[in-house]
Design a protein around this ligand. Structure first.
Ligand code: FAD
Length: 395
């Protein structure tokens, strides 16, 4: 059996599903191939360990495809204040209200984002969701791309999009090289119940071993992110819940208050990777398949969403004017616009990491000065905040 679609997306994660929604809204037929079973909303489910910061621009994007309401119906935690400091006395604080907005954004569990997107796609005509399913063979004859699936179904489409994450098989199939940088760090993510009630502030303290971050969740719950050298993180992981809770209270800033329970934990290696190019004949890479950045500034999902917004724009414009969206000329526009943005973000996150972590002397002192300056500078503060919210710098 052969099924035709305008666009075939491999990977129905947060980035691939958003692209499917944007394209379907514009009347483009999309087939999504996802290896995991379809996600479902369950407000009673335990907290997901993966949490993302969703800024105002991301929420607007989710609203456009009808997904945001599904997410807010389950649970999202708004935050309006942001604080960053280090152990050398540098500190900066931001409050969204300085920009005339109530909130910087929301912390949302990845499972809630994914289920919200899936529910929204179910209401959009023109989306086919095949799961659990994986591609077995991909080929291209110049006019179309053909994907044979493990179930035996064959798909044909004008464009194949790899939204299949950092270990992308689509990228590998296309022979696109990827540059890796290992930060020699792991992040231990710990969901906790706190003595303090729900917070509207997120904070991050830099230490020479790596940052410690607090992401508020709904109720008296929070997600803690503890970065450190792999060997230190492994030792922490080996502790039982009571010992880990004590270690957190002893090591994290006092602002955290007491912990009444450790609810879950998992650790992830921290590395940056960048595909040598994002496009090939009838093929485009999006999200972590194209670029994965250090999560310390919480911008990985945001960058992926900016990319799919750009790709959807160029596909829709080509489709609307009768041009073939899979051609090199159309895809080059996506690559040119998004690559510059991704490179800027990579350089910025790298600089942030190096300024505050493990770089003795000069760089740390500069980082310290940057924090003090950011706190006092009368101009530029609003622009930094608007950038974090995903808004135009002036407005
Ligand atoms: C510790 C940590 C903390 C982070 N915190 C933040 C944060 O606070 N804010 C933020 O913006 N970003 C954060 N990020 C980054 C963010 O999670 C990623 O950038 C984002 O998940 C990328 O989404 P994606 O859809 O591109 O990839 P993924 O989320 O990896 O999704 C890929 C999808 O493809 C599917 N798939 C894979 N292979 C196949 C296949 N062969 N066939 C079919 N389907 C396949 C997978 O099942 C999955 O659903 C963090 C990352 C880490 C590691």
């Amino acid at each position: 059996m052969t099924d035709d679609a305008d666009v075939i997306i491999i990977g129905g994660g947060m980035v691939g599903a958003t692209l499917a929604g944007l394209l379907a809204r514009d009347g483009i037929a999309v087939t999504v191939v996802e290896s995991q079973p379809a996600p479902h909303m369950d407000a009673q489910a335990p907290l997901d360990l993966r949490v993302s910061s969703v800024n105002i621009a991301n929420a607007e994007l989710f609203k456009r495809i009808g997904a945001w309401e599904h997410m807010t119906n389950v649970r999202v935690c708004p935050f309006r204040r942001l604080r960053v400091w280090d152990q050398g006395g540098g500190e900066t604080r931001f409050d969204a209200r300085e920009t005339g907005h109530d909130w910087f954004g929301w912390f949302v569990e990845n499972s809630v984002i994914q289920a919200g997107l899936y529910q929204a796609l179910a209401d959009l005509p023109g989306v086919r969701w095949l799961a659990p399913e994986t591609p077995e063979r991909i080929s291209s004859d110049g006019d179309a791309v053909t994907v044979r699936l493990a179930s035996g179904t064959t798909l044909r489409g004008g464009l194949l999009v790899g939204a299949d994450g950092a270990r992308s098989m689509v990228r590998e199939h296309a022979g696109i090289a990827v540059h890796h940088t290992d930060y020699d760090q792991r992040a231990l993510i710990i969901n906790v119940a706190t003595e303090l009630p729900q917070q509207d502030e997120t904070w991050q303290r830099f230490t020479p071993d790596g940052p410690q971050a607090f992401l508020p969740l709904t109720g008296n719950r929070a997600s803690l992110v503890w970065y450190g050298p792999p060997e230190s993180i492994r030792i922490l992981e080996s502790l039982d819940d009571d010992m880990l809770a004590q270690e957190i209270v002893d090591t994290f800033p006092e602002d955290l208050g007491g912990i009444t329970a450790v609810l879950g934990r998992a650790s992830f290696p921290i590395r940056r990777q960048h595909a040598a190019c994002y496009t090939a004949s009838r093929l485009a890479l999006v999200g972590d398949a194209a670029h994965a950045i250090h999560p310390l500034v919480g911008q990985g999902l945001n960058l992926g969403l900016q990319g799919v917004e750009t790709l959807a724009e160029v596909i829709t414009a080509a489709h609307g004017s009768g041009r073939d969206p899979g051609t090199a000329a159309v895809l080059a526009d996506y690559e040119r616009r998004h690559r510059a943005r991704a490179l800027t973000m990579m350089v910025a996150t790298d600089a942030f990491h190096r300024l505050f972590t493990r770089e003795p002397g000069m760089l740390t002192r500069i980082g310290n000065g940057v924090l003090r300056l950011a706190n006092k500078a009368p101009t530029g503060r609003k622009q930094v905040m608007r950038h974090a919210m995903g808004l135009p710098l002036w407005g």
